[in-house]
Design a protein around this ligand. Structure first.
Ligand code: NG1
Ligand code: ZN
Length: 535
């Protein structure tokens, strides 16, 4: 096999002088320097599958919300989770091997170290977003898979969460954990049916305009709509905008979830009226944020924190109304980017526990697993809800004592079906939000009025070497460079309800500075001061 690996690796030589890292979102950088990485990821995917005795491993080619000229790749574990951390390190080392011979040698070293039987089958399922570089990078990946003699299924274009779904389905097919049909159609059927059941006759008000970021999410949502009840059938009136995937250079440009969240404004092309619900997906449709124009025409954002609070309160009520409050506890997981007002609302109004973890879905997911029901969202709109095995069983086996309990239990059970528990999924998340709003008979204004966000500012600071910034306390405090945290603390104390932190980005070569305060002017000023400190 070594010869085949050497051949494959030779076709896509690694550029000199570049250092690749498998970060929180896999490998992600300019697409033009990713060929060698993709081939090697193919080798790692084959090894990972063989290590798990031929379970299906996913490979997604995407750079999510990054600009069109970027691309990236990430690996998906058999149940649809993020790649095991140990393997992130192996992937990084593999990507940085200089010669084809060293690559082949390292392949064998991993096999020896992890006692992987190279005769085991290797099965890999691949998909990509709509970036122009995707086809070329897919070719590089397939060369790697061929070199490692791995079997593969190519699903063409999918959203990241759809790929996670397919991987989970393939590995659970025919078992008691079966998740669904391992096809794109199976995804639409599962979530379409769950949406209808979870609505339980409640009709969504008004319409929803969805901005697809000119990425893969737009056409996939249009497909999903075919499986949803129509407006006439009591379903949702959805308008898809920014769904131009024919022009890949428009991906994430002046639209999409990241644009809306970062700029705190609607895409300039938006034409909706006051109180019309809107939401934006990101480039691979694993994030969603909501927003609307209020009656005064002012832009109002309903971000990941809002989705988490809305969903946690809804599930809390359903658990209580089903008669399960004594058995099931809900926890909310956030990162330091969660608005202070959201954290306070969850603790004081919803009376739920809040955990704070470092940035990166794997940390949030892990913390959410410690709860019966774990609701986790990043402020940027990436997140989902997970139910522990025993909680799922409790809900499945519970006998309602009266019609009220039965009603709540039915909705709870369908809501579980509607949630993509493998990973944060913009399409499933938006259907979930719509179900909650329909049950509460809420428009965006009622949702917004649950609490008032503290004004905040997120800035990006370009520094010489971001690796010198080391944090503790879920990234809320810097331990290095020495003395910097003390200076930040001094500035924070000068403003009302101030909070600020700085951390190195895991996906861009920059340090991110977050600041919030009682007024917008103070938050902006604090962000500026802290940016000057870290510069
Ligand atoms: P970095 O670049 O490490 O801040 C960003 C997002 C994360 C997460 C990852 C992966 C912010 C502040 N950070 O990470 O939440 O989504 O990208 O895509 O939004
Ligand atoms: Zn994404």
């Amino acid at each position: 096999m070594s010869d085949a690996i050497i051949e494959a690796t030779k076709k896509h030589p690694a550029p000199e002088g570049l250092l690749y890292t498998y970060g929180t979102a896999g490998f992600r950088t300019k697409a033009e320097v990713l060929d060698s990485v993709l081939t090697r990821v193919g080798l790692i995917a084959a090894l990972r599958s063989r290590a798990l005795k031929g379970k299906w491993i996913g490979v997604m080619i995407t750079a999510s919300h990054n600009p069109p000229e970027d691309n990236g790749v990430k690996l998906v574990e058999p149940l649809g989770n993020m790649l095991k951390e140990e393997w992130e390190v192996l992937s990084t080392t593999m990507a940085n091997k200089a010669t084809p011979e060293e690559v082949a040698q390292y392949y064998n070293e991993i096999a020896t170290k992890y006692k992987i039987d190279l005769k085991e089958p290797a099965r890999v399922v691949v998909a990509r977003d709509t970036r122009a570089s995707g086809a070329r990078l897919l070719g590089c990946l397939l060369d790697g898979l061929k070199g490692a003699n791995a079997e593969h299924k190519d699903f063409g274009f999918l959203t990241t969460p759809q790929l996670h779904y397919v991987v989970r389905c393939l590995n659970t097919e025919g078992t008691s954990e079966a998740y669904g049909e391992p096809t794109e159609k199976g995804y639409y059927e599962k979530f379409g049916a769950a949406f209808k059941n979870a609505l339980k006759g409640k009709k969504p008000q008004g319409s929803l305009t969805v901005d697809g970021a000119n990425g893969v999410g737009g056409p996939k949502l249009k497909e999903l709509i075919k499986y949803l009840p129509t407006k006439e059938e009591g379903g949702l009136d959805i308008h898809v905008v920014n769904d131009n995937v024919i022009k890949p250079e428009s991906l994430n440009v002046d639209c999409g979830a990241d644009y809306v969240k970062t700029n705190q404004r609607a895409p300039p092309s938006s034409k909706v009226g006051p109180l019309d619900r809107c939401c934006s997906l990101d480039g691979d449709a694993d994030r969603v944020v909501y927003y609307f124009k209020d009656e005064g025409g002012v832009f109002r954002l309903l971000d990941g924190d809002r989705i988490a609070t809305l969903v946690a309160s809804f599930l809390g009520k359903l658990v209580e109304q089903s008669g399960l409050a004594a058995k099931i506890k809900i926890g909310v997981v956030q990162t330091a980017y969660a608005n202070g007002a959201a954290t306070k609302y969850v603790q004081e109004n919803l009376k739920l526990r809040v955990d704070c973890t470092p940035t990166g879905v794997k940390y949030l997911h892990h913390a959410a697993e410690t709860h019966d029901i774990g609701v986790y969202f990043e402020a940027n709109g990436h997140g989902t809800v997970i139910f522990s095995r025993s909680t799922t069983d409790t809900i499945a086996e519970h006998e309602p004592r009266n019609p009220g309990q039965k009603e709540a239990l039915d909705v709870l059970r369908s809501t579980i079906e509607l949630i993509n528990q493998a990973v944060g999924d913009a399409l499933s998340d938006l259907l979930l939000v719509e179900v909650v709003l329909a049950h509460k008979s809420w428009g965006p204004q009622e949702w917004l009025s649950t609490y008032t966000d503290l004004p905040n500012k997120l800035s990006k600071v370009i520094v010489g070497d971001r690796r010198i910034f080391q944090t503790t306390d879920a990234e809320r405090r810097l331990v290095k460079p020495e003395g910097v945290q003390k200076k930040i603390d001094q500035e924070v104390q000068k403003v009302h309800q101030g909070r600020s932190f700085a951390r190195a980005s895991g996906t861009e070569d920059a340090v991110r500075v977050y600041a919030e305060a009682l007024t917008k002017a103070e938050a902006d000023d604090l962000a500026r001061k802290v940016s000057d400190i870290v510069k």
